[in-house]
Design a protein around this ligand. Structure first.
Ligand code: FAD
Length: 357
């Protein structure tokens, strides 16, 4: 990566204090080491993987990384058309012992109405103690229905695993960190991808087997979808992200200023909710509490004030760089590197320097 033009370095002493939040503990009983060792032998996890048009969604491998922290055997599960090849690709993922697939186009879109009975049948057949999947649109759509049908409590958006029954999750946009203990016999967990980076996608040699298909009827019909297409890196998993906020003033200015900098850095584009709500950027680019969580090596943002709801989605970035004309903007309290100035001048200048580096 070319080096960034020199900037005014600003320390971020408040970053951890601001974002570390309160530690709230709802634990009822402490699990003893002996109990944990016993549970570890009994734990078995089904990692629910995602596919789109016959391709394994690599972001969903965060479920496998999380499952590895639980101990015990880990089986993958994938369903949809032509999923045998997806299962074969997943079999190479390190950490999986076996991958089950169900080849049926009825599961292509992950509709909870028929996917939930499918998953439950396979959970029961495998006798799993844990079911783990990404806290993605797919996981968020499906798992509550599975939880209701199994009469267990879903444990959502976890960022840490303390033991087989104790999980850590942020609440209030990351302002408080909750530790929850579950006594349910099956733990249904969705994981925050940025907290469980995917491991190696090659080198594994899991067995591939056909799962069981209850062919439950689906009262819902998938009509259409309108997906934003982009050649840029996927926002949620990109190594670098360039984000723009309300300070960009208009869609025209956003499109004029932000993409060239993103191109120069090979970065994905993100945006604040204010920028999305004002129509400067597509919904799919929103970073934050009600948008995407990102944790790139570099998060470079311009014209973003640093509201807590925005920070909730990008605070885990390795290096946060901010450009803002207001030296007192809260974003500078979390930024590792800050530049106080007019973005309409600074961003093009930075882009030119990067291009000529
Ligand atoms: P502003 O706060 O208006 O900041 C604009 C910044 O641009 C200012 O700091 C200003 O100094 C700077 N600026 C202006 N002109 C220039 C210039 N020429 N050069 C340099 N700097 C300039 N927000 C999110 O981002 N993501 C979420 O997921 C999200 N979820 C939310 C959920 C809830 C329930 C609520 C209540 C709010 C949520 N918000 C979210 C909104 C959030 O509270 C803020 O309103 C939003 O993040 C502000 O966006 P912004 O920083 O672009 O705009």
């Amino acid at each position: 990566m070319p080096s960034l033009p020199s900037t005014t370095a600003m320390a971020s002493p408040f970053r951890s204090a601001l974002l570390g939040g309160t530690q709230t503990c709802l634990r009822q009983t402490r699990t003893s080491t002996t109990q944990i060792a016993h549970l570890r032998r009994l734990a078995s996890t089904l990692a629910l993987l995602e596919q789109r048009e016959g391709k394994l969604n690599m972001a969903s491998l965060a479920a496998v990384s999380a499952a590895q922290k639980l101990g015990g055997p880990i089986h993958g599960f994938v369903a949809g058309s032509n999923t045998k090849s997806v299962a074969e690709a997943a079999a190479k993922v390190q950490g999986l012992d076996k991958v089950f697939y169900v080849d049926n186009a009825a599961y292509d879109k992950g509709l909870p109405e028929n996917y939930a009975p499918l998953l439950i049948e396979n959970i029961k057949k495998g006798g799993y103690t844990h079911v783990v999947t990404g806290h993605s649109a797919f996981g968020k759509n499906l798992m509550p229905r599975v939880a209701a049908m199994l009469d267990v409590q879903q444990i959502s958006d976890i960022t840490g695993i303390e033991s087989e029954d104790t999980f850590v999750r942020p609440i209030y946009a990351g302002n408080a960190i909750l530790t929850v203990q579950s006594s349910d016999s099956i733990k249904l967990v969705t994981v925050r991808g940025t907290a469980f980076p995917s491991g190696a996608a090659e080198g594994g040699s899991a067995g591939v087997e056909e799962g069981s298909d209850p062919k439950a009827p689906c009262p819902t019909e998938w009509l259409s979808e309108d997906l934003a297409k982009s050649d840029r890196p996927e926002l949620a998993t990109a190594e670098r992200v360039v984000s723009g906020g309300r300070g960009l003033k208009s869609k025209e200015e956003f499109d004029r200023v932000i993409p060239p900098l993103a191109d120069a850095l090979g970065a994905a584009i993100g945006a604040s909710r204010a920028a999305v709500d004002s129509g400067f950027a597509d919904n799919s680019l929103q970073v934050g509490q009600t948008g995407k969580n990102v944790a790139p090596q570099l998060y470079l943002c311009a014209g973003i004030s640093g509201a807590i709801q925005h920070l909730a989605g990008m605070k885990d970035s390795k290096v946060i760089a901010a450009i803002n004309k207001d030296g007192d903007a809260p974003i500078f309290q979390v930024a590792d590197v800050g530049l106080v100035g007019d973005l309409f001048e600074k961003v093009p200048e930075m882009t030119e320097k990067l291009k000529s580096a």
